[in-house]
Ligand binder design. Structure first.
Ligand code: C2E
Ligand code: MG
Ligand code: MG
Ligand code: MG
Length: 279
């Protein structure tokens, strides 16, 4: 019967869940230690204007240098940091560190920072952003916060209020990974983003199937609402050329540069290397 079934299911899954929970607990301890020991660093990936070929900004991407496992992907540890509440402290460290770094870049280069939906549940986010700007001297309009649709899902009144607080400070807001979530178009109506980042999945397929039609539609909608568009994960010249012909504003991807540590990034921002050979 149902009872026996339930018991069997329970017995079947228990050991696996136990192992998973143990692994998470270990990672949580490792994350806490890394936070105290300076185990995190930030790499920066340039964004390029498709018309000018110039670096317009850089996205801060968190890296964890683990003693035994080497570089651990944020895709692996950000979810754990979110579940355990560590994301608040970690996100604040990223924000403050990246703002200080960006203050040393040329004035026209913006900084993009990813903000977790969990950080949006904290009513002091706008205060923390203002504090990071003040401490670094970075002008507010040089900071762009990247959020995902998950921020606006469900009981989104608080998230909307916080978005408006951030806008009042003068920072820019970008919608990240566009096209991967739900009811994307309605979110564009609810909040006036400055930028839409078109997810890598559309870019990688752009020359192969109907993706270029979708990208064109997104570019058109964005333009009609005064938003710019950035294509993520541009790896080939063919993708770049197509995106440019579709009117996409910016590109980001391995074609120009992978995320780099600050010292390796600098040469891309200043001098003649700043201009990408787009021809
Ligand atoms: P994202 O914000 O969409 O960042 C873009 C991801 O695409 C980065 O992965 C970047 O390294 C990768 N990428 C860039 N160009 C290419 C390309 O040409 N080809 C391919 N295959 N990939 C490319 P990364 O650095 O592993 O970060 C993964 C995700 O982790 C980010 O996705 C973001 O959601 C999250 N993340 C990273 N840093 C932070 C952070 O400081 N805070 C928060 N909350 N999330 C972060
Ligand atoms: Mg991002
Ligand atoms: Mg993205
Ligand atoms: Mg992405």
């Amino acid at each position: 019967g149902a009872k026996a079934e339930g018991r069997r299911t329970h017995r079947f899954f228990e050991p696996a869940m136990g192992a998973n929970a143990r692994a998470r607990l270990m990672m949580e301890q490792d994350l806490r230690q890394a936070m105290n020991d300076g185990g995190f660093e930030i790499h920066y990936q340039p964004l390029l204007g498709l018309a000018s070929g110039e670096v317009t900004g850089c996205e801060a991407l968190l890296r964890w240098r683990h003693a035994e496992r080497g570089m651990v992907s944020p895709a692996e540890f950000i979810p754990v940091a979110e579940d355990t509440g560590l994301i608040g402290e970690l996100g604040e460290w990223v924000l403050r560190t990246a703002c200080k770094e960006a203050a040393t870049w040329p004035d026209h280069v913006r900084l993009a920072v990813n903000v977790s939906p969990i950080q949006f549940k904290n009513l002091s986010l706008a205060l923390k952003v203002a504090s990071a700007l003040a401490a670094s001297g970075l002008k507010p309009d040089r900071l762009e916060l990247e959020i995902t649709e998950a921020v606006l899902i469900g009981d989104d009144e608080i998230a909307l209020a916080i978005l408006h607080q951030l806008r009042a400070i003068g920072v820019r807001i970008a919608l990240d990974d566009f096209g991967t979530g739900y009811s994307s178009l309605s979110y564009l109506k609810r909040f006036p983003f400055d930028k839409i980042k078109i997810d890598r999945s559309f870019v990688s397929d752009i020359a192969v199937d109907g993706s270029s039609t979708i990208v064109q539609a997104v570019v058109n909608i964005a333009a009609s609402r005064n938003m710019t568009t950035t294509a993520e994960g541009v790896e080939t010249e063919q993708q770049r050329d197509l995106l440019r012909s579709l009117g996409c504003t910016e590109m980001q991807g391995y074609l120009f540069s992978a995320p780099k540590p600050p010292t390796e990034l600098k040469p891309l921002l200043v001098g003649s290397d700043r201009v990408l050979a787009l021809a």
